[in-house]
Write a protein that binds this ligand. Structure first.
Ligand code: UFG
Length: 333
């Protein structure tokens, strides 16, 4: 595969973006990172990449970056990702996930960028009627976050039909874990995601983990999710880029997950097993808008891309998240 042009990674200082930057660099790509550092960290960007602080909404800046570096593909991670915040401040989500994406896509098309990869989400499905969820299941997002991402998916479909730019919209399920070599991890303060919360409890940063709901229609009554290791997800982006280049007429919308799920109790049991201690658990009421189970059918990504999961193991996901949590606490971010 020829790596004849550099790639632009927006949000490359954030959790998933910084892992994608590592995967691209490790695969031999030249990488330019654009991040406004609102939730990302400059230190999270590998020093082999060129880092530019700025906004994807700044169309003069993105035009200049594309031209100066001869960018041939964009991986667009920058955006807002907190579901409850999207309910209280929807305009922030339609700005950061929809309008800002539109500005970036416009510059990409006008500047002749041929390939675009977009971070989408399982939240586009809302409460699925059945699991595992296939890509063609009804898209009925139940919050502005999911709607803001779905709108950008739709926009990209129209753009790829009209212009010589193909795209991949990758619908992430529950992303967790950290770089196995300890180079990056989930660093955002005030995290709400289960595995992050659990490793914070395991390292003494929190007193306990709340279990939100024990009366779901699942085997043990707690919520079931499809947890994917962030390094496997990063590898899926490299594979998507290669597919977009190899098949310029094709675009993709693909679930990113392992196709099997774990309950909250199974995750907490695994954290206890990995740490060899018992974190305190407290049963609480369901969180608003939480579906009982969200698990993907991943047959599409397996057949469309040269991608096979390598880290599909809950204990490894937790072990890597834990190792990063210890690094982070030493670093005192
Ligand atoms: N949970 C707890 N206690 C916690 C945190 C979570 O019991 O302290 C439970 C939740 O109720 C849920 C499961 O653990 O059953 C996973 O919750 P997360 O908050 O880790 O993740 P979500 O499934 O809510 O969110 C993920 C992505 C979102 C995306 C959403 C789509 O992180 O970006 O899936 O439904 F929008």
């Amino acid at each position: 595969m020829s790596k004849s042009f550099p790639v632009l990674v927006t949000g490359g200082a954030g959790y998933i973006g910084s892992h994608a930057v590592l995967a691209l660099l490790d695969a031999g790509w030249d990488v330019v990172v654009l991040d406004n550092l609102v939730t990302g960290f400059a230190w999270a960007v590998d020093e082999r990449a060129t880092f530019v602080q700025g906004s994807v909404e700044d169309m003069e800046l993105t035009e200049r970056l594309i031209a100066d570096h001869g960018i041939g593909a964009i991986l667009h991670f920058a955006g807002s990702v907190v579901v409850p915040e999207s309910v209280s401040d929807p305009l922030k989500y339609y700005r950061n996930n929809t309008a800002a994406s539109r500005a970036l896509v416009e510059r990409a098309v006008q500047s002749g960028v041929r390939h675009f990869i977009f971070s989408s989400t399982a939240a586009t499905y809302g409460e699925p009627e059945s699991i595992p969820v296939r890509e063609d299941a009804p898209k009925q997002p139940i919050n502005p976050y999911g709607r803001s991402k779905l709108m950008t998916e739709e926009m990209l479909k129209d753009v790829s039909a009209a212009h010589p730019m193909n795209h991949a919209a990758l619908r992430y399920f529950n992303v967790a874990g950290a770089d196995p070599d300890g180079r990056s991890g989930q660093s955002t303060a005030g995290a709400t995601h289960l595995i992050k919360v659990a490793v914070e409890a395991a390292t003494g940063k929190r007193d306990h983990v709340a279990i939100f709901g024990s009366d779901f229609d699942t085997a043990d009554g707690t919520g079931v999710r499809d947890y994917i290791h962030v390094t496997d997800l990063a590898a899926a982006h490299v594979a998507a880029l290669e597919a977009l280049i190899a098949r310029p007429e094709d675009s993709y919308t693909l679930n990113c997950g392992y196709g099997h799920g774990y309950s909250v109790i199974e995750v907490l049991d695994a954290v206890d097993r990995v740490t060899n201690r018992q974190i305190k658990r407290k049963f609480e009421a369901r969180r608003a808008g939480d579906p009982a189970a969200l698990v993907c059918d991943n047959s599409a990504i397996r057949s469309a891309l040269d991608w096979t999961p390598k880290l599909d193991d809950l204990d490894s996901i937790i072990g890597h998240a834990l190792a990063w949590e210890r690094t982070l606490q030493d670093r005192e971010v």
